[in-house]
Ligand binder design. Structure first.
Ligand SMILES: *Cc1c(COP(=O)(O)O)cnc(C)c1O
Length: 418
């Protein structure tokens, strides 16, 4: 097995824990930038210009958002707060894709106020939006291909997923929107999550290109862009291989050339809204071993818990763990690596073979740069950790402080007890 690499030395992290107490997430700016450039470079053939709208929910931190915006990304928002975050970092208008579902009206109001591209999740949202607010000039709709496409564990089967319009609804939805005043149109689908097979993205593009053609034939509606969604996966396990952007891009380009290019309904811009692959591999949760427990199994207790990283407890997801300062001569043992939450699924790893661990060891949990800190919750009075940025110049900056007891209690009314 190839061990996953860390951009930091053991010494560097030990030193850092003298300034910032564990646990914390730390993000690698240089690697995030390099990766963003690789993605954009692979799609440089796109007519009208490729753009990835970074899915803000993956890592909603203004400092990381600023970096991504500097690397030509827009933002995919799905809630009021994500829209506000985008506004606060100075990104508005068509650099925002607003892809939500079961959408409260005030979210749409905010999206309209910011001039964001609204991506509707359901045909009933056409009268909901137009009747209560207005039909914008530019409108996008989310397609759910149903049984045309297989799903995966995280997102489920498309026909059971709550997202998107059926094909008939898409075809009549665009016509309805046009009748209500829309003049510019985008089509979206997101049917994958954490997918590592590049063919999957090419097939999704083919489905959407075919639908663009049908829409033209049926209603003479020409799409301005096709949004292929997010869902590009990352190799959480050391034996997995990363996706190859060029391979995906080449496949999509071939499909584009055969269905869209030089037709009367082309050109159509291609955009995506990836989150995980953009920042996921470049974040690390650093935590200290506080306890060892020997009962029916060997347990390692960390100062981090599910509030810092939900994915293992929520989906049984694998996150690689490095124990710092151990080498090949350290004997290995099987451990369950746990947090202190009163839930038995508060485990970062189950039956994981790791170098023999001692109390006080520093461990790094890999691939926490997306859907890591942001998924955290406060159940059981657990506080969310700080976030640090390992900047391109080698210095470290605190980009979110850790929550405090006062933060946690601040929404309660203690007036009669004080
Ligand atoms: C979560 C989400 C994304 C990003 O998904 P990743 O797996 O992080 O790439 C993109 N679009 C929508 C609509 C989403 O809900």
């Amino acid at each position: 097995m190839n061990e996953k690499q860390l951009p930091f030395t053991h010494e560097f992290l030990e030193q850092l824990t003298q300034t910032y107490s564990t646990p914390f997430h730390i993000y690698d700016e240089a690697a995030i930038r390099e990766n963003a450039r690789a993605l954009n470079g692979a799609f440089d053939w796109v007519e009208g210009g490729f753009k990835n709208y970074y899915a803000v929910k993956a890592l909603p931190n203004p400092h990381v958002m600023k970096i991504l915006h500097e690397e030509d990304m827009g933002f995919d928002c799905s809630s009021y707060i994500e829209l506000v975050l985008s506004e606060r970092v100075g990104v508005t208008g068509e650099e925002i894709m607003f892809t939500s579902n079961a959408t409260p009206l005030h979210y749409y109001k905010k999206a309209l106020d910011l001039g964001a591209i609204i991506n509707l999740d359901d045909i009933s949202h056409i009268p909901y939006l137009a009747g209560n607010l207005e039909m914008p000039e530019l409108i996008c709709m989310r397609y759910n291909p149903g049984s045309l496409k297989e799903g995966n564990v995280i997102i489920g089967k498309p026909q059971e997923a709550k997202f998107g319009f059926t094909e008939d609804q898409i075809l009549s939805g665009f016509k309805q929107a046009r009748d209500l005043g829309a003049k510019r149109f985008g089509l979206h689908a997101m049917v994958a999550s954490n997918e590592l097979d590049s063919a999957y993205f090419v097939e999704t593009a083919e489905l959407l290109f075919d639908l663009a053609k049908k829409l033209w034939k049926r209603h003479h509606i020409k799409l301005e862009f096709i949004n292929l969604g997010g869902g590009m996966g990352i190799p959480y396990r050391p034996e997995q291989s990363p996706l190859n952007y060029q391979e995906i891009s080449d496949g999509i380009r071939a499909a584009y050339n055969s269905t869209i290019r030089d037709t009367e309904f082309g050109p159509i811009r291609i955009v995506t809204e990836n989150g995980r692959i953009i920042t996921g591999p470049y974040g690390y949760l650093v935590s200290r071993v506080t306890h060892l427990k020997d009962t029916y199994k060997q347990f390692v207790g960390l100062d981090a818990n599910m509030a810092n990283l939900m994915r293992p407890g929520m989906y049984g997801a694998y996150h690689h763990i490095s124990v710092l300062g151990k080498d090949d001569s350290t004997p290995r043992r099987l451990y369950d690596v746990t947090g202190s939450l009163c839930e038995n699924n508060d485990k970062f790893a189950i039956d994981r073979e790791l170098p023999e661990i001692e109390v006080g060891d520093l461990v790094v949990i890999h691939d926490t740069g997306a859907h890591g800190h942001s998924m955290g919750f406060n159940y059981n009075g657990k506080l969310r950790s700080a976030e640090l940025l390992y900047q391109s110049d080698g210095t470290v900056r605190l980009i979110r402080r850790a929550e405090t007891t006062e933060d946690h209690l601040s929404t309660l009314d203690f007036s009669e007890f004080d």
